[in-house]
Design a protein around this ligand. Sequence first.
Ligand code: XUL
Length: 532
Amino acid sequence: MPFYLGFDASTQSLTAMLIEVDHARRGVAALDTFRYDEELPQYGTTAGAIRGPEPGVVTSPPAMWAEALERMIARLARAHPREVAGLAAIAISAQQHGSVYLNAGGAARLATLDPRQPLAPQLADGFARPVAPIWMDSSTTAECEAIARAVGGHEILAARTGSRAFERFTGPQIRKWATREPAAYAATARIDLVSSFLTSLLIGAPAPVDPGDAAGTNLMDLSTRGWWPEAANATAVGLARRLPAVVDAKTIAGRVSSYWQRRYGLPAARVVVGTGDNPSSLIGTGLVTAGHVAVSLGTSNTLFGLIGGTRTSGLRDGHIFGAPTGGFMGLTCFANGSLVREHVRDRYQLTWEGFSDALRRTPPGNHGALMLPWLVPEITPHVARAEVHRLNLDAEDAAANVRAVVEAQMMAMANHTNWMGVSIREISATGGASANPEILQVMADVFSANVSRLSTTNSACLGAALRAAHADVVARGGPDDWRSVIAGFVEPAATIRVQASPAAAARYVDLRRRYAAFEEARVGPGPSPGAQ
Ligand code: XUL
């Protein structure tokens, strides 16, 4: 009776989900999560990250991720020995864009880890760079422009790689490191994405990346699903040989290494190539066919769905990534997600129940009050510095400010996803805040769509476990059939299904236009895709 294990290494926490996939029994056998700040305080992170020293710089310690992985495996082996012994395959989902820099010793050490010793200290001198820049970093505007200029402009970069140059993308981050620290870059043997770093730790060898995560680098050619030499050359000298291979998303990267087998009694289970949290959520929300989108309300807010073709012309706000199902997915990402919701809750000394109550007590449209809640530099639209703006809104009115934040997040998502060319009638909501029906009601009204919440809010982690199951079935010679793999796992929770109120939806037609004008007045229409 096979069990499958998915890990989701998100910005703030590591989650593990064990699922059982059998004809008779299908379901979640175990779920465990821990927050880095609380369980590994010695790394000094806040919400999993370290800000500064320069403005816009946001990093995490990769050693913390390695230690978190080991602690989680130890916990699972202790608490669920039967399921762990029956593991057939494992897959990683991880925050996208972050990069881990190993020196030659670090890359070689993967294969020679001593099972009598903990993992993190054995890697300590293997990092060419002790920190990993993560997706919240917004410090590479100059590098974005330089890379775009070198390949012929943002529009060409978008057409080839699925995105114009974005500050958090791995390519601009690598360029900054390589130009500022040339000696350390020269000593870098390998640059991993977070997903391939953790997968490498599991298999004890350098792991590849899939086209979902590789597309978040500004370095992958969508048409070949391999690295684009021009972009690699525009980014850093000798980059291509330092990058992991890009392979199909159902590739088995290796087997669980002897380190984990000997230290924690894991079987030699298959390990599937890892992917980003958004491609993984695509599976975990059951979006294996086009025409349906998901909104994830996590540290970042993202809206994504499968798309037909690649629609890259004029691509300014969003991204095209490879999808785990083999085609392409569109995605738009907003940096001001859960941190903003938590900030308003705390600023007005509310509980989450009080937050919901504020939404219940205020009318859709908020009497015309608007807010631009950019507490951290925003990705969509591009806002370089944290700033908050209010219009017709009293900063002391707690309830109106709660509604203004939620409406702003939903209107920004609705306005900035037109490029996907999908008419949005059905939304699957996921991520922590999707547990809140009042937030989902605002989503339904703003998008004028039906919203359903799936029974898990951990869709990235579920997606990882399902990817493990799918790749294992295919590796055993079974059918490449996503529908049968996800069946029974991604049904919408019966309890939460929200419909738009026609009256409220009508009010947002005008308010969305006013929100767009307010936004444009503050940031301008943004860099044109052709601008250099
Ligand atoms: C997507 C993005 C975030 C991260 C963190 O482009 O930057 O969603 O993957 O979750």
